[in-house]
Design a protein around this ligand. Sequence first.
Ligand SMILES: [Zn+2]
Ligand SMILES: [Zn+2]
Length: 341
Amino acid sequence: MRALYKAERGPGLELRDVPEPVAGPHDVKIRVRKTGICGTDLHIESWDSWADQNLNPPFIPGHEFVGVVTQIGSEVTTAKVGDLVSGEGHIVCGLCRNCRAGRRHLCMNTIGVGVNRDGAFAEYVVVPESNVWLHPQDIDLDLASIFDPLGNAVHTALSFPVVGEDVLITGAGPIGLMAAAIARFVGARFIVITDVNEYRLDLARKMGVDAAINISTHNLADTMKNLGMKEGFDIAFEMSGHQSAMPVILSNVGHGARIAALGLPKDPISFDWAKVVTHMVTIKGIYGREMYETWYSMNSMVQKGLDISPVITHRFAASDWQQAFELARTGNCGKIILDWS
Ligand SMILES: [Zn+2]
Ligand SMILES: [Zn+2]
């Protein structure tokens, strides 16, 4: 089969022929139709310090996908050949304290599809039956292919009750944009998003935020004044991983604010911890999705009209993956889809 392959330690990927994966007794084999390109895939391709510390090539990257089940293992009980499915990209141990307590997203032995084992940038991918998410047959395939990052956005946006609250989002990448749409859908009052990329700020406006602010040229005090806000944001989603984001958030939230942080900084960052204490702020780290509560939530919201379609801006054939990766690196895009059909 064709696969985008990480052959060895160092920069680059290669589209080449590799053997098809074999499904074990508890696995399903999926013919991949579409995949999303994630920031993680860019790290894998460029081979930065994170990649060097965390990856062991050779492997096939890719963890955002939709496809059709073509084969099931002998012990599989629910998935069927012909099912249209995505996969939860985190495979957990099932045996640690958190797993046994039902908090599977907190498993310390998590293995990442397309990170620590072969992923979905290929014609076929194999995942355990437990990780399969069944879609209705009529779902839009581009949308279905990004349920994994949509799940990150849902996990973040539903971390704290946002009904009637004012929400600040730092970072208008695809997950920040989707989180804005979700916060709107579930009833936030004002939603303000910051970035330094005008293309992404324009996308945010299309997704119905109250203000999309270029933080390199504008400040949030003016924005809050224009909106009639007096006491600061109630909730913040940190989606950028940028070192300046937490200081900006802490300067613009009210007392008792709640912060869900998903953006991964490259290096340790510093901010005024005294503000966290005196403003009695709650900070929650977000990594992945709750298994599988997040999946049920996003399925329900999509079914009842949550529209994240503006976030999907570009589509490429898998053979044009290099062009797609180059575009992703510029940041002048939302989500980019690769077609493997
Ligand atoms: Zn991802
Ligand atoms: Zn576990």
